[in-house]
Design a protein around this ligand. Sequence first.
Ligand code: SF4
Length: 415
Amino acid sequence: MMAVLDRAAWSRAEDASGADLIIINSCGFIESAKQESINAVLAYRKQYPHKKILLAGCLAQRYPKELADSLPEADALFGNTDLAAITKTANTVTGIDQGEFVSGNEETIPLLGERPLLSLPGQAYVKISEGCNNRCAFCAIPGIRGPLHSRPIPSVLDECRRLLDRGIRELCLIGQDLGSYGFDAASDLPELLEALSSLEGHFWVRLLYIHPDNFPRPILEICRRDKRFLPYFDLPFQHGSAKILRAMNRRHDAAAYLSLIAEIRSVLPEAVIRSTFLTGFPGETEEDFRELLDFQARAEMDWVGVFTYSREEDTPAYDMKPRIAKKTAAQRKVLIEELQTAITEKRMDRFVGRTMEVLVEEAVDETIHLGRLYCQAPEVDGSTVIRSDHPLTPGTFIQGRVFARAGFDLELCPS
Ligand code: SF4
């Protein structure tokens, strides 16, 4: 959206107070995300009663009619199916004609390599596919984002090349499920990685979110061969009980997932594994929950995020019973998080004493900077505190020795 608006005559304001139009990009896949998005609209409306507010993104896409009726604080809604139309909507809602980006005359895809980046220096997300065909029973995303649509390899390659030319050092490949990449075309994730492997220079490629049932084994060999593909895997297992996994419309069980983890670690001993678990799915008994805890203990993954089940309209799980009390789901979440703290700390301890490459991201002051190692994905994992005797440049790699762990974070001094 930002790239398209830039192409017309719109320019970005430093902050909302200087803007003619405030665009709030929303999330709408679970209750807490919907609430957060609506709260953002209400907060901006309160602070800027006379400015135009546009609610964009998944929430607007999912509930256009309901929001038009019940959220007058937003002047207009804009879904996520035709981003090129944002210029037309912006002109209409403000009454300011800044020209239009006409989709059809010019593709939006090339703009991806030029788009303004909202991430910290040195890192960019690259979306390689949109939509999902998996139909996990709890998930509203296929309804919001539609069926899987993989970008052609040359298009992804072109965007990555442009981002690297702009100084990006870490490319985080994202999609609803990277493992499904290419299922709708004549390609697959290993083929995409082989193509990216032909790019010159030193950079990191991080693969985020691979549905464990679709994990493409050949990528392990590619990661082993080309160290620029980080041995970091985000595999949302969701549960450890075979009964619950089946009800979630997942095809495999805990034994298969443990064997996948073992295989990853045997090919890539340095592998870091992240996962998400869902507590309180309909029908989850104490016994099912114990199986999840057992899976967690055996898997010993580096990072685990836990969500409580959110009952979403138009999902297969919506009518499933028995429903689990929110309080029970929340207690189970806390228990997993407590157990995971000890596991994560132990896993992070293995990096202490080692010399590693770190991506410098932010300067706190002249001698303290924040950065990330390969074991730390942006925004979700811990970070690395870099203690140096001179200023460092955000967005660059340096080598350093990890000398301590502080909670989930690591501390490093340049070598
Ligand atoms: S793979 Fe992810 S996006 Fe797709 S249905 Fe399952 S949870 Fe939703």
